[in-house]
Ligand binder design. Structure first.
Ligand SMILES: [Zn+2]
Length: 139
């Protein structure tokens, strides 16, 4: 299996998820650091903790991105540092089987960052093969 084929399988598996882009809050006294899903960012504005909602697009991240309030998964692009951290994580222990759509999402992000990295390709191919064989085993 090639890296491209693995990426296709991982992305198809992850498409079960509806992953929103990260939003931020802005204005006087607002903490612009954390990322939020749109409804949690709007709740901050409604609560008077911020003046407006910003963002709603892809951002480079040093790792996975989650909403600071509700913890839901948010879209991200890995930085070099983030990709190296993710690689470390998956080299230290394979994702538990069956591969969840969220695992597929994270592994695809890691592979997309550098499709020429042999470790990333090996992890992605192994995960894609698990997903493909789990699909075949279904009645
Ligand atoms: Zn949220």
């Amino acid at each position: 299996m090639t890296a491209d084929e693995a990426l296709k399988i991982l992305n198809a598996h992850a498409s079960a998820l509806d992953v929103p882009y990260p939003h931020w809050i802005g204005g006087k006294d607002a903490d612009q650091g954390p990322s939020y899903c749109r409804s949690c960012a709007e709740a901050k504005v409604a609560a008077g903790e911020a003046e407006y909602v910003d963002g709603g697009w892809q951002q480079d991240n040093d790792g996975c991105c989650y909403c600071d309030t509700c913890g839901c998964l948010l879209e991200y692009n890995l930085t070099d540092y983030g990709a190296a951290e993710e690689l470390e994580h998956y080299l230290a222990g394979h994702p538990s089987t069956p591969i969840s759509p969220e695992d597929a999402f994270h592994i695809a992000k890691m592979l997309e960052h550098d499709e020429s990295n042999p470790d990333a390709v090996a992890i992605a191919v192994a995960a894609a093969e698990l997903i493909a064989s789990a699909k075949e085993a279904q009645p």
